[in-house]
Design a protein around this ligand. Structure first.
Ligand code: GDP
Length: 508
């Protein structure tokens, strides 16, 4: 059978995929029939192992520092200790029997370091754990009584919940599967040369200008260019850009740190006929290898096998940074979400292919604003993901937006100022945090008026309309309550509702 290209990121913005005709440099189909078959077989294998116990694969993603580690740690801890989850139907109905961690069936994937993360959060003093830097997984087995009428005859039911934590940056790589080296280079260099990026890109462009790309391939030149390109990507990000440009592994290499697979950079077309032994050819080769050995397997082995997905978004940080960061976040989210694979499987293989049927968008760290602003935070998130959510719904997936805090680090109070009563947050700003010229030492608890979120989300995209938020990063909660069994109780905001949306119907 002829290899048919199957659209992977069909809806990715035009500059990437449309209007390009076959370039001489190794055109690559986004996914191939072989990939589809691989995915179908993996799913069959999953179904076989899940004959007696259904398995729900929940993907947790979001850009760096969006709150993935905290969300998963809090979710697992609350399930294991049967924490305060009034909005999680199986627990609220008294049908939840218990949960325990189990060995993950795939020993080749790192395990999510739940115990270490919990130890950091419950230490004295508590600290925030290390963030997600690569893919990891965890299996939690949930025992419950079904609410169905026949459940009395069948006894308690069991569900394996497999949580897959992966950097959202890696999803930004998926459009690369449809781009040749020449096409990707043209996109990347065009962006680097825009006046708005002059500061960040100057060193990289200088390195590039000083390099003869037609000369004999050599590793030191490749490393120098890759290094300069990575520094440019990092600076881009530090200059308020919350999004990341592909290749996603350059900033979050996971286990590939220092690997030659990451030693390439975008290059202009060679001035004359290109030789196989040139520096240009070497980097082109490495780009193709990156796609084939890193991006494609990630999609096929992990991403395509998810049932449900939660996309965490640090909306407040973008609002606090300004309109450019908000637009940037919107663009990054659109790129990330364009890759969700709803409804795009080959019809012949569809019976075996899983599709994500529910996506939850969550604005994290909602404890940085007063609860009276939570509705507005959800409205803003809705606006940010509107086009992506529409596409997902069109393809048959349900979506919802929610404002939550995996771990609530503040409590609420009021202060009176100039005869006015203002809602405040009470918490301990992290050491080194500065607001209005005052630096905090990490030990002093304060009451802070966080400011109001705008009523009209569109105003966030307008210049000269900054959101007046008083934004400080807080230390994790210092004094944790304990439940009757002596376990620490981690406070949260709406984690129970998120959980109910993501897995509640599987435990009905
Ligand atoms: P990721 O794993 O890279 O997505 O991010 P993390 O989960 O490690 O979160 C990054 C940082 O954001 C943490 O170290 C905390 O400082 C902060 N954070 C994450 N979730 C919450 C939350 O629910 N409340 C508060 N106050 N801070 C949070």
């Amino acid at each position: 059978m002829a290899q048919q290209p199957l659209p992977l990121c069909k809806s990715h913005p035009a500059p990437y995929l449309e209007g390009r005709t076959g370039d001489a440099t190794l055109p690559q189909p986004p996914t191939t029939i072989t990939d589809e078959l691989g995915i179908a077989l993996s799913n069959l294998a999953d179904s076989a192992t899940g004959v007696f116990t259904p398995t729900l694969r929940l993907g947790v993603t979001g850009l760096s520092r969006a709150g993935k580690t905290i969300f998963i740690t809090a979710l697992v801890h609350n399930l294991l200790t049967q924490g305060r989850l009034p909005g999680f139907a199986p627990l609220a109905d008294g049908r939840f029997i218990g949960a325990k961690l189990a060995e993950y069936p795939d020993a080749t994937i790192p395990r999510f370091a739940y115990e270490q993360h919990l130890a950091a959060l419950t230490a004295n003093p508590p600290t925030w754990p290390e963030s997600t830097r690569r893919i990891s997984q965890l299996r939690i087995v949930l025992k419950y009584q079904s609410a169905k009428w026949w459940s009395g005859m069948t006894g308690p039911a069991t569900l394996n919940l497999d949580i897959v934590d992966y950097p959202g940056e890696w999803l930004l790589d998926l459009p690369l599967l449809g781009l040749s080296f020449a096409e990707w280079s043209a996109e990347a260099l065009e962006r680097a040369r825009q006046p708005g990026h002059a500061d960040e890109a100057a060193d990289f462009l200088r390195e590039l200008d000083g390099t003869d790309i037609s000369k004999e391939a050599n590793d030191p030149d490749a490393e120098r260019l890759a290094q300069a390109f990575t520094t440019y990507l990092r600076r881009s990000r530090e200059h308020g850009a919350l999004s990341t440009l592909p290749p996603g592994r350059f900033l979050l290499p996971g286990d590939l740190e220092g690997s030659p697979a990451l030693t390439f950079a975008p290059l202009p077309p060679p001035p004359g006929p290109n030789r196989n032994s040139s520096l240009y050819s070497m980097l082109e080769h490495r780009y193709e290898a990156y796609k084939d050995r890193i991006v494609r397997p990630f999609f096929r082995d992990h991403f395509a096998r998810l049932d449900r997905q939660v996309v965490l978004v640090d909306t407040l940080r973008a609002l606090n940074t300004g309109p450019a960061a908000v637009s940037d976040l919107e663009t990054a989210l659109s790129a990330v979400l364009a890759c969700f694979r709803q409804g795009e499987a080959n019809p012949l293989l569809r019976p075996f292919s899983r599709r994500i049927d529910r996506i939850l968008f969550a604005a994290t760290k909602a404890d940085h604003v007063h609860h009276t602003s939570h509705d507005r935070l959800e409205t803003i998130l809705n606006r940010l993901v509107a086009s992506a959510a529409k596409r997902a719904r069109f393809a048959g997936a349900e979506t919802r937006s929610i404002a939550l805090a995996g771990i609530r680090a503040t409590s609420e109070g009021t202060i009176r100022e100039n005869g006015e009563t203002l809602p405040t947050l009470i918490g301990t700003p992290l050491a080194g945090e500065v607001l209005d010229g005052q630096a905090y030492d990490g030990k002093t608890e304060i009451a802070l008026f966080p400011g109001d979120l705008p009523e009209r989300p569109d105003s966030l995209f307008e210049d000269g309309n900054p959101v007046a938020l008083n934004f400080l990063r807080f230390a994790p909660p210092q004094r944790l309550e304990r439940n009757a069994a002596g376990d620490s109780v981690l406070p949260h905001i709406r984690l129970d509702r998120a959980l109910d949306y993501l897995i509640g119907d599987w435990m009905a």
